[in-house]
Design a protein around this ligand. Structure first.
Ligand SMILES: Cc1ncc(COP(=O)(O)O)c(C=O)c1O
Length: 366
């Protein structure tokens, strides 16, 4: 097996990991940092692991420019657990309400799940347009006693992305950033919580990063079950139970790669914009073949969702792309078509290969 045998992997997640990071994992797998064992085999309370945990936390803070405002938690249960854990922690009294924007499949699931936890008001729903568009600030009117406004910055299935956070008064925003976390800078001041499962841009599945503004931790009730209480995780520095050690180690390596090789999040965002443009340009040029899902101004730079004129061409596209080493391009089963996920670790060469394939597929089939 050589690196040349690897395909360009457009999977939406778990997704491609930087080659350099995979090689480093491979190199230190048997004996991490001279400790005589793999990172997976040592105690989470050992000095060796705590150094990794501290470094991963510091890496995320440095990348996002967080000083002391937010706790960085490494949790389990995926982003899905946050769908209920967040309202359970933030809605403290019977009067508190939460506002939700439903802009695609993931915020829809988050909203559905939150309904079981307290007073939840849906203030904008993109279902009518089949999740192709996003609200303006004029569309958003918050409830009295709104404890937070929930949104998903990037809808992984529908390929639609907020290019800046929704603008509301002082109500804290809660953001599901699962599929664009660490792909660009985030305005942290307006966010009470930003969370992301790791398996798109930040690492392997099994660990979820939750950034919680420190003053909001007081909202967590002592009546909550231990694992579901943010305060416990913050007080115990993500060691309330055994943390997902291997995942945290990979996050640490990816943060170092973003800082040292990519030059930080502004540069990473530019790189990602350039990659996304290559594919959207082809979609626009060959519009009889490729129909982009999202409205132009809301197009995601991470997940490009588009359709071909019929099922037959879609299957042919996926099969031929696979034969050329372009893997995992099938759209999500709920929307069909094609989805190309261009996360940080997808090199520009991979996107150029996809662009060239799309061009020749268009020429050969129209
Ligand atoms: C935007 C978004 N939110 C939530 C999730 C759910 O994450 P998990 O499977 O880690 O619970 C996903 C998974 O793809 C996602 O893309």
């Amino acid at each position: 097996m050589t690196t040349a045998d690897r395909s360009y992997n457009f999977s939406a997640g778990p997704a491609t990991i930087p080659l350099k990071v995979l090689q480093q994992i491979q190199q230190e797998l048997l004996n991490f940092n001279g400790c005589g064992a793999s990172i997976m085999e040592i105690s989470h309370r050992s000095a060796t692991f705590i150094e990794v945990l501290d470094s991963a936390r510091a890496g995320i803070k440095q990348l996002l420019g967080i000083s002391d405002s937010h706790e960085v938690l490494f949790l389990q249960g995926g982003s899905r657990l946050q769908f209920s854990m967040i309202p359970m922690n933030l809605l403290r009294t019977g009067e508190d309400r939460a506002n939700y924007i439903v802009s695609g499949a993931w915020s829809q699931k988050a909203y559905d799940e939150a309904l079981a936890t307290g007073n939840i008001d849906l203030i904008w729903n993109g279902a009518k347009s089949n999740f192709t568009t996003l609200p303006t600030s004029a569309d958003l009117s918050l409830s009295d006693n709104s404890a937070f406004l929930y949104y998903a910055s990037n809808e992984t299935i529908h390929g639609i992305q907020f290019h800046k956070p929704p603008e509301v008064n002082n109500t804290p925003l809660v953001c599901d950033a699962s599929s664009d976390f660490l792909s660009r800078p985030i305005e942290m001041q307006c966010h009470g919580i930003v969370y992301a499962c790791a398996q798109k841009n930040a690492g392997p599945s099994g660990v979820t990063i939750v950034l919680v503004r420190k003053d909001l931790l007081d909202r967590s009730s002592d009546d909550l079950p231990g694992y579901l209480n943010f305060k416990n995780h913050a007080e115990q520095k993500s060691m309330f139970n055994t943390p997902p050690t291997f995942g945290i180690y990979v996050i640490d390596l990816i943060c170092k790669w973003l800082l040292n090789d990519m030059g930080g999040l502004s540069q990473t965002a530019e790189y990602n914009q350039g990659k996304a443009n290559l594919i959207y340009d082809i979609i626009d040029e060959c519009s009889e073949m490729y129909l982009g899902h999202a409205e132009r101004e809301h197009r995601s730079k991470m997940n490009i969702a588009f359709n071909l004129p019929n099922e037959e061409l879609t299957t042919k596209f996926i099969d031929q792309a696979g034969q050329q080493g372009l893997m995992s391009l099938k759209g999500h089963r709920s929307v069909g078509g094609i989805r190309a996920s261009l996360y940080n670790a997808m090199p520009r060469e991979g996107v150029l290969a996809l662009r060239d394939f799309m061009k020749s597929f268009y020429t050969q089939n129209s």
